[in-house]
Design a protein. Structure first.
Length: 239
């Protein structure tokens, strides 16, 4: 009986191994299909940024329902789950997980917390970013990151990131940075929200860590100029 039991166990192990290998092959095949270029008729465009000359640079993207349609066609067993929803200030941050053939990948989206449309946008963006990790429209989003990652000089000559709003919780402005921003604002006597809207095109508690660093540098330059003016130091003009 013992020998029979061992033989049966070995057979089961061999069978499970074959099934596992088949699952790997199926998933690899699915990934190849998902990574194919998206039909150009399904691609949309939106404004990405404006350069110093006022020219609009467009970025290409696909709608969330297009992503769902692609998944339905190529990986009909796909599932998705909302893993986390949280509000940080006026930002709603949503994490979505997509699972295909037992493999799970997550994406994070952001939107305005006080708007139903903003909350839906956060979930839809999270779904698309999770799908990108499986290869869907990866080439489009690579181009988008290259476009939005470009930096545009501000009026005082410092580099202000074109896309400086936090994309996820880990990228959000830190408490220390917020403290420095508020402190500099008090010292200069500046309305921080008006200044941030004018320079960064967003609220200062929505800034990414990098954007916050740039805004702090901007405020420090303003403070330096104000201090020099108060001390009667002649303002140096660029030649």
């Amino acid at each position: 009986m013992k020998e029979i039991k061992i033989a049966k166990t070995a057979e089961q192990t061999h069978g499970n191994g074959g099934e596992a290998r088949q699952n790997v092959l199926n998933f690899s095949s699915t990934l190849r299909e998902l990574r194919k270029h998206v039909d150009p008729d399904l691609v949309r465009q939106r404004e990405g940024r404006r350069d110093n000359s006022g020219n609009v640079h467009m970025v290409e993207y696909i709608e969330w329902h297009t992503v769902a349609d692609i998944l339905d066609e190529i990986a009909p067993n796909w599932t998705h789950t909302v893993k986390d929803i949280r509000a940080i200030g006026d930002i709603m941050i949503v994490t979505v997980a997509i699972t295909i053939d037992g493999v799970t990948r997550e994406g994070v989206g952001t939107g305005r917390a006080r708007s139903e449309t903003g909350i839906k946008k956060a979930e839809h963006d999270a779904l698309k970013r999770a799908a990108v990790k499986f290869g869907i429209a990866r080439d489009l989003y690579k181009k988008e990151n290259e476009t939005l990652g470009s930096e545009t000089p501000s009026q005082d000559g410092s580099q202000i990131p074109a896309d400086h709003v936090a994309k996820n919780l880990g990228d959000l402005v830190t408490g220390k940075q917020l403290g420095m921003i508020r402190s500099l604002g008090r010292e200069i006597g500046l309305d921080l929200q008006i200044e941030c809207d004018a320079v960064m095109k967003c609220k200062f508690d929505e800034l990414s860590k990098r954007g916050a660093s740039q805004f702090i540098t901007h405020l420090q330059e303003l403070k330096k100029t104000a201090d020099e003016a108060a001390a009667g130091v002649p303002i140096r003009k660029a030649s």
